[in-house]
Design a protein around this ligand. Structure first.
Ligand code: ZN
Length: 76
């Protein structure tokens, strides 16, 4: 059994435009604990709907900014 391990990069954002995105960054929803890539290949959102990325417009929509954390996948 292997499970992905993430380390926190940043949180406590005031607006969604402050939130960084990169190939190795992911967003964790602190409500449902879902993790989604910050640069997705298609529209993606967490299970509870707090975090959603509209890939066509590169738009990040966060219902509650206190419930999102930027994380990076740990190697090894
Ligand atoms: Zn969620």
């Amino acid at each position: 059994m292997s499970s992905d391990v993430y380390e926190a990069v940043a949180s406590g954002f005031k607006r969604s435009s402050e939130i960084p995105k990169d190939d190795d960054l992911y967003y964790r929803c602190l409500d449902c604990n879902g993790v989604i890539p910050s640069v997705p290949t298609k529209n993606v959102g967490c299970e509870c709907g707090n975090v959603f990325i509209d890939k066509d417009y590169w738009r990040l929509v966060v219902a509650d900014l206190s419930k999102i954390e930027v994380v990076r996948k740990k190697t090894s």
